[in-house]
Ligand binder design. Sequence first.
Ligand code: NAP
Length: 490
Amino acid sequence: MALVLERKELICSKNFIDGQWLAASSGERFAVTDPATGERITEVADSGPDDARAATDAAARALPAWRDLLPKERAAILHRWNALMLAHQDDLGALISLEQGKPLAEGRGEVAYGASYVAWFADEATRIYGDIIPQQQRGKRMTAVKEPIGIVAAITPWNFPLAMIARKIAPALAAGCTVVAKPAEDTPLTALALALLAHEAGVPAGVLNVITASREKAVPAVGNWLEDARVRKITFTGSTPVGKYLARESANTLKKLSLELGGNAPFIVFDDADLDAAVAGLLAAKFRNGGQTCVCPNRVYVQSGVYAKFAELLSQRVGQLKVAPASDPSAQIGPMINSRALDKIARHVDDATSHGARILAGGKRLPELGPNYFAPTVISDATADMLLCSEETFGPVVPLFRFEDEAEAVKAANDTPFGLASYFYSQDVKRIDRVSRALEAGIVGVNEGALASEAAPFGGVKESGYGREGSKYGLDDYLSIKYVCQGGLD
Ligand code: NAP
């Protein structure tokens, strides 16, 4: 089954600036390829600083009118955008699978997931409350009001081409901000399709602007936003080194930052866990998007009493996972995003085996399927000196570490600069309380592997970044608080 879109014009190839489709000012373009085959899908604009500046100019012009709409007017437009996303769920799902490689069911699921943030923040737009501060002096009234922060630059990764950008644009627009956005080089098409639907939903010209750029051109293009004092906020999802770079480079104009960065999630299975539930939870958390999510368990710690049994149960299930292109409806694991990703996974597996690990399932590339496939892999006897312990593998590889007691597991889980997601399985209520408090992470899954929800605060601690996406807290990152003191009232 080929990945074909019913509405072909959803595949856009130009920048969306000020409500218009524009080529890069240099006229340059770059190719977008299907990771399943390496074949070219189309070409898109390769933007530079001039295009970035044009997007900011448009966002600046659009800001006063957008900010001054009633919240319920912004909400109505966002609800229409949400409805259009859902009406195009099959096409958008196919587009995600085409440029990113995830199985079609996951592509469609991502559309529903991303759209849920749009609906959520449409509603939240109408609940941006301030405070009347209890009177401190006679004749004075003190209030705190929340205002949109201004122009927001959104920079997003390739692993969720729709959800990552939707959950930045939606709160920004709900708050009354305008947006300039740059999706990842590998997956620019879904973001452009979203811009088309936003336009059709009634988002006014200049309120949402999307430019695309190759990796080489992205640095000067985004650099223009980092230097431009009109851009008041950067919201970024991606790797920790790039997040640190953006924080450093935007310091001159002291922008507000939201940084959703890399993870190195621990997944702990205690002796008292329900092992079948733990295996099911690990499969759900680990193999979503072929292991290419920031909340994927990267290190699995299993207590010695259940280590052998857990390894056996898990290897059996992992060995049955179907690896295939997204065009195959039975696919459970698709290709990795590109050859660099594949090389990193292979390097981690080779390093582990050279340090004494054993492969229980998978462990190799699958060139017979296409250029970017890696077999779902289980590795036993993993140890802390292996690369897959200290670095995010970002692929379908489960390393099993053995531990003896709770203190050892918690110490190992926290022994990383990262702190995004963490998971553990136990049926002991006191342990559940102790371990959830002890884990240094923004997100903790207890006897659960699927944690994402638009109603929950998503974000990290330590070098996994700061800021929260989703939930009632998610709008705060796009608002500033103004204190108004009115005197002369006595
Ligand atoms: P990345 O290399 O940091 O890239 C993310 C985005 O930043 C892309 O749009 C990229 O453009 C752009 N970029 C990279 N270097 C830049 C620079 N010097 N100046 C301006 N823009 C730059 O990350 P990735 O490899 O795409 O994504 C994987 C990482 O994202 C993993 O570490 C994962 O854990 C993390 N992630 C975190 C979350 C979360 O919510 N915490 C969610 C998903 C993913 P190009 O594509 O052109 O390089």
